[in-house]
Design a protein around this ligand. Structure first.
Ligand SMILES: C[S@@+](CC[C@H](N)C(=O)[O-])C[C@H]1O[C@@H](n2cnc3c(N)ncnc32)[C@H](O)[C@@H]1O
Length: 441
């Protein structure tokens, strides 16, 4: 009742008088200050929005700090440990002991939590959030000298993030386009500034050369970079009329300039933070042939961070039709090697699951067995999966993945459900991070 008295005042005529706009704003800003603005010298980043984010912070601090206490109400943390190291590594804090973290510096400079470095080179389907990769690398306590594997490396989020953190990694993917992108992200940070000096006239000539299929460059990284920007430009035109005013040339130049800016920003941060990038090894290959083709990978890796293709919910290859046509690559052949795309009958039945789903699970199971083989005893694995819905039925991939991990010999540790915010379709609502350990013998 008391609150009501505060809100509605009576005028001299006995009629209600409401607070003015200014009064409301002042009250609101006091509330805001009290509840929303974090207090302390080690505070949450503004990008911490969900309960899953809290779990991810907890997970990474477990690997980074000696001791820590998270206060979700005041959005801050008390911690001790190697402060300089934590500042360079942590992915969920804006400041540590009063100083900006490297992650905050990335976001401030690039203006986006997912687009720093070259993570935004190309809109590859089913891409990871780089922050999740960083969190897992921290949680697994990986340092210089360790080595990570992503056998479904796609466009190379794991390998790029590991490289930015100064950790060696290996990425494998079945699609030539994924491999091309992962290699680019891997090589671009090592270019020299003059490599990217192209005038507008140069770029217009290059565009003509590409149209005539005559584009070549002595530097493979530059040749591929220009091609990828071209594919992205053509793809944008095929999907929308939004860019018609700019024209293909305009959009192509704009995209090139964007990548050049990404390079300059990365070099700025590298120097300021004294970072040491480490190149990954990227291979085009099939996880199902890991043992046969990469026998030296047996128990080689300290950690695996990966995400298999989701069952039929995403057309990974189709998205890159323009690129494959240009490169003269037969998409059908790539699709046939995709997890679950064998042309055969499943070994056994599982209730009334359609045989296509069973084939997918058989492959998933084998790929998890192969990952177990490649991981060092004591090593950790994080698999990120989602449950797609096919014909109105949920495909229980999360729970099956956990089961396959345990059957392969892994010890299950944790599952974190990460909702996909702003999701607009029913097929996938979020993804789960399944964390397991390979026990020491
Ligand atoms: C969910 S995506 C991974 C995306 C990646 N995390 C990224 O950030 O770009 C799954 C990937 O698995 C790859 N893939 C499918 N079947 C494969 C196989 N048999 N061996 C290796 N990679 C495969 C696909 O090409 C796709 O890039």
């Amino acid at each position: 009742m008391k609150g009501k008295e505060n809100q509605v005042r009576l005028s001299m005529f006995g009629t209600a008088e409401f607070p003015t706009h200014e009064e409301i704003m002042i009250e609101y800003s006091k509330e805001f200050e009290k509840y929303i603005t974090p207090k302390g010298d080690t505070v949450f980043g503004f990008w911490m929005q969900t309960l899953a984010d809290l779990e991810l912070l907890d997970l990474e601090l477990g690997g980074l700090a000696n001791n820590y206490k998270i206060d979700p109400i005041n959005r801050n943390v008390e911690l001790d440990g190697d402060i300089e190291f934590i500042k360079k590594r942590v992915a969920h804090l804006e400041t540590v002991k009063g100083e900006k973290t490297l992650y905050t510096a990335f976001i401030d400079l690039y203006g986006d939590t997912n687009a720093y470095g070259f993570h935004n080179l190309y809109p590859y389907k089913g891409k990871f959030y780089p922050r999740v990769v960083r969190t897992l690398i921290n949680a697994f306590n990986l340092r210089e000298g360790n080595i990570i594997l992503d056998p479904f490396n796609g466009s190379g989020t794991t390998t790029h993030e590991a490289s930015l953190m100064g950790i060696k990694s290996v990425g494998i993917d079945i699609t030539p386009m994924g491999v091309m992108l992962a290699r680019l992200k891997n090589e671009l940070p090592f270019l020299s500034p003059k490599d990217l000096e192209f005038s507008f006239e140069d770029l217009i000539k290059i565009l003509k050369a590409i149209n005539n299929k005559e584009w070549l460059h002595s530097n493979k990284t530059l040749e591929d970079l220009i091609l990828v920007i071209y594919f992205d430009t053509i793809d944008a035109f095929s999907r929308t009329t939004r860019y018609n005013k700019k024209g293909k040339e305009g959009l192509f130049i704009e995209k090139f300039m964007y990548i050049k800016k990404c390079y300059e920003k990365l070099m700025h941060i590298k120097e300021k933070w004294n970072l040491n990038f480490v190149k990954a090894d990227i291979y085009e290959g099939d996880i199902l042939e890991l043992k046969e083709k990469y026998s030296n990978f047996k128990e080689k890796f300290d950690a695996i961070i990966t995400s298999p293709p989701y069952y039929f919910s995403i057309d990974y290859v189709g998205k890159d039709k323009i690129a494959y046509e240009y490169l003269g690559i037969d998409m059908k052949k790539i699709e046939a090697k995709y997890l679950g795309m064998k042309n055969s009958l499943p070994k056994r039945k599982y209730g009334d699951l359609p045989s296509k789903v069973i084939l997918y699970y058989e492959d998933l199971k084998k790929s998890i067995k192969n990952m177990y083989w490649a991981l060092k005893p004591g090593g950790k694995i994080a698999i990120i999966v989602g449950d797609s819905t096919v014909g109105g039925k949920k495909i229980p991939t999360t729970i099956m993945t956990k089961r396959f991990c345990e059957e392969a010999g892994f010890k299950f540790e944790k599952l974190i459900f990460n909702p996909l915010l702003g999701i607009r379709n029913r097929a996938i609502r979020g993804e789960s991070i399944i964390i397991c350990r390979k026990e020491q013998r």
